[in-house]
Design a protein around this ligand. Structure first.
Ligand code: LR7
Ligand code: MN
Length: 576
């Protein structure tokens, strides 16, 4: 019964309505081998995790360091792996450890082959025989990692080698950004010792992903550089459509469509070309996704054609090496994580290039909900990077970012070198970029008011406050002591009468006051501020925004200028 339990467990993977998983004989052997081992040691039944699989292999004379075995066909064709809920304490501990170290389900990943199959996501348009130039440039694929899980890193590398024409891969450069996990040392080198295309270079101290990428670029010899995160999976035909764009015009920077690999089940989720998004940003200098704007749609006959994108997500793209150098690569003053994607996006457009998303190319990425590794202590790294970015590239628009951080720029180092780079290149202005490349972006300067919205009741110390961002809207708007730091208390009153932050609008439909994606058609998102009475009157309900008598929450009341709890001041209000 022990044996059956273990096999059933190993085979357990959710594939509703699909044919049963076939277990290959050698896999079955492996399962049995493990059970015998476990049996000999009088251990309770459990799934043997990868580390121990290796031990088993070595003990039995296998010798070579093997990747985790696809014991059950788990995850094949991009299917999810779902662990049962009744795990033994041992297994549960391993699963929890995997989550802790990686912020994704490493245990599930270890059950999946590092060569797992994926469906072909491409539109037929992509497969026309004359779609791509015959003579494509070779690329160096650069993958930086800081403490990546073994099976996930290997699957990334194998997906590149397995799904690219070999002659187009100059090399795969693995840049180890000072990891301390054991499996990333000798074990990694041994594993790839028979693969001449894979090169491993190591940082001597923690550099952060931006300087690690620059290290990779210095070692790379391909005409094109292709960057990937260390937890990706490339699908069939991902590379040719990217290289084709660069072959036709080396100032084109290209990104694949980034599909989601589920952090819990490792399921590969496809996005068809109809659902392709382009990149934008908000005045917090946070990257975000948008539907392809109508004007851009009109430029194309087929939705699989490359689309212009104002920005890139950052991790997955190809660029001509010479063009990257000409643009001054990345600002090496950027630390650890963040901001480099906008820097490269802005200067690509402003300095004569084009940034595209190529729907024929799909690469999966494990999106996670937190960062598992250490950042620097005592510095706000992301803010520092974003301030450097603003100082150099944003011109008179930098102030909108600074308002969002309470005008506290902190120590951002020396940016004079980056400024002279911009001059030397003769790049266009940020105004040009906004007007021509990202006209959809809301400009705070066009707002009637911007800053905090402060209630005058109860001592006048309470402000409208909400942490909601574009992706987690529909939340009630709240109150918090005014802190004068911008952030969650930064609001704009638009000419249309919206109280908004980026794409979130204050919305009232009869119950709670919430944030909702701005729709631009007034109604429940229309607010009128009266500078004399200081009332904020809501359009469709004709009620006024107030703090309730218990001083705990926002309410809507019949307007009455005698109640001070209905009175608000809007920072920088200008009736125009
Ligand atoms: O100190 C570090 N050193 C590193 O080498 C920190 C990280 N890294 C590596 C890390 O192992 C990983 O391979 O750098 C890569 C990116 O770090 P992640 O995966 O922890 O972050 P992320 O996926 O949120 O990163 C997104 O934003 C970053 C901003 O600096 C980079 O641009 C990433 O490349 C980017 N990832 C993507 O664009 C994939 C799609 C995500 C989206 C949207
Ligand atoms: Mn990532």
């Amino acid at each position: 019964s022990t044996a059956w339990f273990t096999i059933a467990f190993l085979l357990y993977s959710e594939n509703q309505g699909e044919a049963p998983i076939v277990v290959h004989p050698e896999q079955q052997q492996l399962v049995q081998q493990r059970q015998e081992d476990a049996g000999n040691e009088q251990q309770p039944e459990r799934v043997v995790p990868f580390k121990e699989q290796q031990a088993v292999k070595e003990d039995t004379g296998g010798g070579v360091l093997m990747p985790p075995q696809s014991v059950s066909g788990a995850g094949e064709m991009g299917k999810p792996v779902v662990l049962p809920t009744n795990l033994t304490a041992d297994v549960k501990k391993m699963v929890d450890d995997g989550w802790l170290k990686n912020a994704f389900n490493q245990y599930a990943s270890d059950m999946i082959s590092v060569h797992r199959s994926l469906p072909d996501p491409r539109d037929d348009w992509c497969k026309a025989s004359d779609r791509y130039l015959k003579d494509l440039p070779r690329t160096s694929v650069i993958i930086c990692f800081h403490n990546e899980a073994w099976s996930v890193l290997l699957r990334t590398v194998h997906s590149v080698l397995d799904r690219s024409p070999r002659h187009l891969i100059e090399e795969v450069v693995l840049v180890d950004d000072y990891s301390d996990m054991d499996h990333l040392k000798d074990q990694l080198e041994k594993y790839f010792s028979n693969e001449p295309k894979v090169k491993i270079i190591r940082a001597q101290k923690r550099e952060g992903l931006i300087r690690a990428r620059l290290m990779g670029a210095r070692h790379a010899t391909g005409k094109v550089l292709t960057y990937l995160d260390s937890h990706c999976e490339c699908t069939d035909g991902w590379l040719e459509p990217l290289l084709d764009r660069i072959a036709r015009d080396p100032t084109t920077v290209v990104c694949p469509v980034i599909d989601v690999i589920d952090d819990t089940t490792l399921e590969y989720h496809y996005r068809d070309s109809g659902g392709v998004n382009v990149g934008g940003f908000d005045w917090n200098l946070q990257f975000n996704w948008h539907a392809v704007p109508p004007k851009e749609k009109q430029r194309h006959k087929n939705s699989a054609e490359p689309v212009w994108s104002p920005t890139m997500a950052g991790g997955l793209f190809s660029i001509d090496k010479e063009f990257f150098d000409r643009l001054g690569t990345y600002d090496s003053g950027f630390d650890i994580w963040g901001g480099e994607n906008l820097e490269l996006s802005f200067k690509t457009w402003m300095c004569g290039g084009t940034l595209e998303i190529v729907p024929c190319s799909h690469v999966g990425h494990i999106f996670r909900k937190r960062s598992p590794y250490k950042w620097r202590t005592g510095v706000n790294v992301l803010r520092r990077n974003s301030v450097r970015l603003s100082e150099v590239w944003l011109d008179e628009y930098a102030k909108y970012y600074y308002q969002r951080i309470g005008n506290d720029k902190g120590d951002f180092g020396d940016v004079s070198g980056r400024k002279s780079l911009r001059k030397r290149l003769g790049c266009k202005s940020f105004k040009w970029y906004l007007e021509n490349i990202y006209p959809e972006l809301f400009i705070p300067g066009e707002a009637v008011a911007n800053g905090e919205i402060r209630n005058l009741g109860y001592g006048g110390k309470t402000c409208l406050d909400s942490p909601a961002r574009k992706n987690d809207l529909h939340k009630a708007a709240g109150l918090y002591p005014c802190h004068r730091q911008g952030g969650n208390q930064y609001w704009m009153l638009s000419k249309l009468g919206e109280i908004r932050r980026d794409e979130a609008c204050l919305d009232y439909s009869g119950q709670e006051v919430i944030l909702y994606p701005c729709h631009g058609s007034k109604g429940n998102q229309y607010w009128e501020y009266d500078q004399d009475t200081k009332l904020l009157r809501h359009g469709s309900s004709d009620k006024c925004l107030a703090i309730d008598e218990a001083k705990t929450k926002l309410v809507m009341e019949s307007c009455d200028a005698d109640y001070v709890r209905q009175k608000w001041t809007l920072e920088n209000f200008d009736a125009k």
